[in-house]
Design a protein around this ligand. Structure first.
Ligand code: SF4
Ligand code: URA
Length: 267
């Protein structure tokens, strides 16, 4: 089968005929995140399905206030079947720790659920074939805020725009709050982007603390001169936030030393 011939397979994951127009409806409606994940793990709807070791459906808190959308699995993700578990994932975890959060508090997904060969960019057709799963994950989690990581996830909402100009500005699309940031892998390649990324994560915390409604659609100020948030946890309750402020003040995110804020109930 050439790469142009793929399309929804006639049979669902469990051999049932698919129903046109409903996302993988032949394998039953995607009523739960676990059901979505099951369907992803057996999906062959695009060529990426043939090259994978493990599909990477996405994971996290089913009631997360924040959902992160990356590009697609890399080498480690493909091996482990989990999103952001390689170097970019370590950076993402450090950034989350810098605002008093943790990967278990949020939901992490990708544009495509199977690794593109040699980590090439996912094609438009592959992203289109895979979008039904992400669409449903967003519906089910119903996050208050979607943080797009890098240009592909940003392009899902604002095609044709550049991420460099758009990052760090809270937007709305189809009734959802979208906050675009750089991709952690880009920050690993270009160390000079790290402070920007730290600022953008601090802004995520501010958006959530201030209440999304309050923040409106004004651009979020992310200059270094911006006043520091009084505390960086996602809840209003006072807590050991001073530690997190101190942590966030450091110019590098040190994953090894980042405290795990067990004591903060974020959501
Ligand atoms: Fe299916 Fe998405 Fe994997 Fe393609 S990338 S095979 S559409 S799960
Ligand atoms: N990069 C991504 O975009 N997603 C992952 O899951 C890992 C790295």
């Amino acid at each position: 089968m050439s790469s142009l011939e793929y399309g929804p397979s006639d049979l669902g994951a469990y051999g049932e005929p698919r129903i046109e127009g409903q996302a993988s409806a032949g394998a039953g409606p995607m009523n739960t995140l676990e059901r979505v994940a099951q369907l992803v793990r057996t999906c062959t709807d695009c060529p990426l399905g043939r090259g994978r070791t493990n599909a990477v459906p996405g994971e996290g808190n089913p009631q997360a206030e924040v959902m992160f959308i990356g590009e697609g699995p890399g080498y480690q993700e493909d091996r482990q079947g989990r999103p952001f578990v390689g170097p970019a994932g370590k950076l993402l975890e450090g950034l989350l720790a810098s605002i008093g959060s943790h990967r278990d508090d949020v939901f992490i997904a990708n544009m495509v659920k199977c690794r593109p060969p040699e980590n090439r960019d996912p094609s438009s057709a592959e992203m289109a074939a895979c979008t039904k799963y992400l669409d449903r994950q967003i519906e089910l989690v119903n996050p208050k805020l979607i943080v797009t990581l890098g240009r592909f996830a940003f392009g899902r909402y604002f095609p044709g725009e550049g991420i460099t100009k758009a990052r760090g500005i809270l937007r709305e699309k189809d009734g959802r709050k979208i906050f675009p940031v750089l991709h952690p892998a880009a920050v690993l390649r270009r160390e000079e982007l790290r402070p920007t990324m730290i600022e953008d994560f601090r802004a995520i915390s501010e958006i959530l603390e201030g209440g999304i409604e309050d923040s409106g659609m004004e651009p979020v100020v992310t200059t270094p001169e911006a006043p520091q948030p009084a505390q960086l946890s996602f809840v209003a309750a006072p807590g050991p936030a001073a530690i997190m402020v101190a942590q966030a003040e450091t110019s590098t995110v040190n994953v090894e030393e980042a405290p795990r804020p067990e004591q903060l109930t974020l959501f």
